[in-house]
Design a protein. Sequence first.
Length: 424
Amino acid sequence: MTKLTIPVKSFRKFEDPFSQEDKGNRPTKYRFYAQVADIPMELLDWMETNPRDQNLESDTSKAIRESLLDDQTPYFHLWNRGILISAGKVSFDNRKNVAELFLDDEQIHGNIDGGHTLRIILSCHEMLKNKELEKLPNQFVEVEVITGLSSPEELAEARNTSVAVDLKSIEELRKSFDVLKSILENCVFDNGMKFLDRIEFRQNQMRTVQNAEKATESWVDVREVISILNMFNQKLYPNKELQATQPIQSYGGKEAGLKKFLQASLSPSATDDERRIAREGTLLRMTPIISDIFRLWDYIERHFSDATSQISKSYGSQKYSKSNNPRALLSNEPLKHVVPKGIMYPLVGSFRALVCVDKDGNYYWATDPFKAWEDMKSSLASYVMDTSAELANNPASIGRSSNLWSNLFTTMSLYALQREHSVD
């Protein structure tokens, strides 16, 4: 258990207005002002309840810092929204004007809102310690503490509205991606990059990458990861028929793809728990192919321009192939040429034609997808480049071309069928 002792002014306790009607354990709210010098550094250890990490270089953060450091205008406690904390218990000594906050469960207790304000205040503490500041600003901040919460998600979602919290951040707080994380633990690209270290699961997520040379500001949004996975989900896009619905939405609708993943092919009336069980079950059944899907994407992206050279197509002459220091989307590996997502999605999506499901619902490849790429890359690249020429070399139009999606999928379906017959 952590006890935080804070000198306060204007301490108030607010009893829940329904407490007399509902004898259950309802939350209690406390509010007070605290001098910024008295905000404890220990609060940095209690940030897991905030749905997003904090970007201290954003315009909002710079405005907060400027207001905080302006000693000539001591109104920070009025202009700033303050800090919201979930705690297990609060006590107050009215003789010493000291509040004590008790936090013992990192899944429930900690900072819920005002994370930018909290980190900026505590960064000033560090600056003072490092002699980058002569003194801390003579400012106060409003602190709100709520006890008796059983879960922080709904409150966090409701309070984090000044800068909109996106859906992925709320779902990360709800642990909706935990099973996916465990599956991706073993996904490592050819350059040694661990895929899990590249994924952003919530806004402004701060990461530690062991190999600093592989660090980059270009991270992979978890919605992109899910959009790629959705293409291979046989509940969403079954591959039993050549005229099956193509997962074009995966290319153009990341937020829609996330919602589709969360819905887990269940009716809108399904409960959250039913949806969670369904989507986790699907992920577990897809586990045998998941790592291969992302490694396949990375391999194709790094070798696509080589495939076009086999069909005498000069991929490097395309305007969309050029960029300064291009890097692969998933592995961050340096590339010779950019391969737009408008090409990558229909190309990789066609490999769902190789997916099979056994009698227990577990996924497996009908044939090795990497060998399939080597065998079919010339044909696949030809379809892509012909479509590119037809659509004025517009990557967005390429990615939305139903003809391209269908042609690539049909090609891979026929390849799978031929392989099956040759084995027989």
